[in-house]
Structure formats: C-alpha cells, structure tokens
Design a protein around this ligand. Sequence first.
Ligand code: PA5
Ligand code: MN
Length: 192
Amino acid sequence: MMELKELLSRFDPVTGEIAGAPTTRRHLEDLRGCFADKAAFESAAAKGNPLIYSVATVETAGGEGDLHFGVGLLMPGRIGDEYLMTKGHFHAWRQAAEIYFGLSGEGFLLLEDEAGGESQLVPLRSHQAVYVPGTTAHRTINTGSAPLIYIGVYPARAGHDYGAIVGRNFRSVVMERHGQPELIRRQDLRTP
Ligand code: PA5
Ligand code: MN
C-alpha cells in the first residue's frame, strides 16, 4: 500500500499551495509573446514583473494508469484589453484528457483542437467541472476581479507540450469589450 502522505494532500484553496508540493510561478516576463497587444505588454513590463499565476503539483511515480494533479491560481487583470491567462499547452501524449474543477473566481478555459477550426470557451468557476478532451490545447483565462483558483487532474503520462503553440499562439483571444469578455479570432483583431 502507498503511505498516507502519498494518498492524502492538503491544499489551501486561498493561496493555491499544496503542503509539501512544489509550486511553479509564472511572472509577466514568462508570458512575453503571449498577449496580442505588444505595446500594452511593454508598458506593463516597464512597471515590474508581477506574478501572473502559480501551479502547485502533486506527481506520482508516473506509471501506466497513474494520475497527477495541480492547483492553479491565476491573478485577475488585463494586458490592454486581453485578460490575464496561462501560457496554455497541448499534452505531450496527445490523447491525454484532463478534468478541471473550479474552486473560486470566474473565468474560462479556451480550448482549441490541433487540426484547426473554431475555438471553444468553457466557463470555469466554483461548482463547475470542465472536461478537456485529448488533442486539445487549453489555456485558463481569468475574467473576474479575484484570483481564479482551480484543480486540474490528468494522466501522469500526459506531459506538457508548450512548443507546439509558441509562435502561432492560440487562434482566438479573449478581450474585454463593453465590459464583457468576448472571444475574438486573432486574425480579426484590429491592428493599430
Ligand atoms: O495541467 C494543467 O493543464 C494545468 O495544471 C496547467 O498546467 C496550469 O493551468 C498552468 O498552465 P500552463 O501549464 O499552460 O502554464
Ligand atoms: Mn493540461
């Protein structure tokens, strides 16, 4: 049998920390190239390099059938009109699906399949679970005014592939328009 300390994790739903587990912190500079409004990014970066999100992860041995999970905490705010978001990724093992559980705050998961076509925006908030199918790029977006905190559970074999979306980025962005989040195709953005 596994030991109790491997079976039981204690997470803090306010700080997003998991006792004894490593936390990855991404700051503004780590998201260089992700936001559509380059001038707005540079002006924010000139003022500092704030924390944008953190992910605390519990990783098992990684055998066939094992699961990993992470608690994410994504800060509220915008760069220009675009809401703060995670880098986003495919799973290295493309077939790997994931389930997100919203704990607090308000936002969305932006989903895009690899083949092309429409992007899909799925609400993520407390009392909601979102199924992310395999072969789907996923990015978390905070459209609220408080941190968005969530749990993601995924196969241990999944891995994270960031490279496939670096350069081309997601095909759609989520911008504030008339005080509301709106999904806009990147190619339809007005360029200044
Ligand atoms: O496994 C997941 O999908 C999440 O825990 C993400 O890793 C988390 O939202 C951070 O996003 P990213 O890995 O794209 O930086
Ligand atoms: Mn994932």
